[in-house]
Ligand binder design. Structure first.
Ligand code: AMP
Length: 116
């Protein structure tokens, strides 16, 4: 399923350029255009799921694969020793601005808590 108005669906379709660090059958990972840390990657499903609110048990494998891909990318990008943060912003109060499920992987510096 795709949403023609969705920027991440357009990226998945090759209609909008992106810097990919992973291109799999189900999942893509790309560099965030406005990085908040030295490493800031986004893990997104190719299929359109608006947010974690829309996920159900049918998305169990997809969600697990997103986390495992993030952990693998963290290792590849040298983040595993010092650590990193994975974030899924959900809905307006959660700060979600792109309404296509995505997981942020941030690392390469000490990240404060709580995030602003
Ligand atoms: P969120 O605020 O959690 O919805 O995160 C959306 C993220 O997508 C932000 O960190 C944006 O910088 C990033 N973003 C928006 N458009 C693009 C794009 N075309 N390519 C890469 N990252 C993007």
């Amino acid at each position: 399923m795709t949403d023609p108005a969705c920027i991440f669906c357009k990226i998945a379709a090759g209609e909008v350029p992106a810097t990919f660090v992973h291109e799999g059958e189900q999942l893509l990972a790309l560099r965030d255009v406005r990085p908040q840390a030295p490493v800031h990657l986004l893990v997104i499903p190719r299929a359109h799921v608006a947010s974690l609110c829309e996920a159900d048990r049918d998305h169990r494998d997809l969600l697990g694969e997103m986390l495992l891909l993030a952990a693998g990318l963290a290792r590849e990008h040298g983040l595993a020793t010092r650590g990193y943060r994975t974030v899924i912003n959900t809905g307006n109060d959660g700060g979600q601005t792109v309404h296509h499920l995505h997981l942020h992987l941030l690392g390469g510096r000490a990240l404060g808590w709580p995030p602003g």
